[in-house]
Design a protein around this ligand. Sequence first.
Ligand code: GTP
Ligand code: MG
Length: 207
Amino acid sequence: MVIKTAEFVKSSGKWQDCPEPNLPEYAFIGRSNVGKSSLINAMMNHKDLAKTSQTPGKTQLINHFLVNESWYLTDLPGYGYARVSKSLRKDFEKLITNYILNRKNLVNLFVLVDSRHTPQKIDLEFIEWCGENGIPFSIVFTKADKLKPNAAISNVENYQAELLKTWEDLPETYVTSAEKKVGTDEILNFISKTNKFLEENHVNFKG
Ligand code: GTP
Ligand code: MG
């Protein structure tokens, strides 16, 4: 997919304030600092469309970007950020889960996990929650440039083996690096194919 236009639409503090749900939407989620905003920028060929930071907890609102005037890409706040109070963490969780459960036009969630780590409880729990709630999702391994290729492959295989303990089929997985622009075309291809499928099947969210 060629990105002709990518524009910031708005930041929302609750799902009810998000833009009209009248276009297909794809959202990025994952632990704080996993690289959501960086990967969005890499996909959009834009250095700072989505704000990034070395300090976890940068994205605290739901940010909508309109791509090619035909679909939304959404940057969500990270979950599990330890350095905020428990009640604030609960507020973030509620913001995220309410958005996911209520956003009518959400077509797919990309769950980002750090390719350097063994499967983390908080991510596995989140993935489990997606399954229980029938949320379509894919898994995106991030920061692959920080690993030797073999280590990245073995970590991904290890993760898939962990998922197969509870899932019959594996979700789509992508290995990415925002730094080296790896895996971004694959994600965009998936989005492009899905948009085409929706169009051909006359699924629109307009009314
Ligand atoms: P929150 O908004 O706080 O939830 O974080 P986020 O998931 O949006 O992460 P962000 O994109 O802000 O990136 C966090 C840090 O990781 C930044 O310092 C990025 O430069 C770095 N980073 C992100 N992606 C990559 C990558 O592919 N490779 C490398 N080496 N660093 C990355
Ligand atoms: Mg962010």
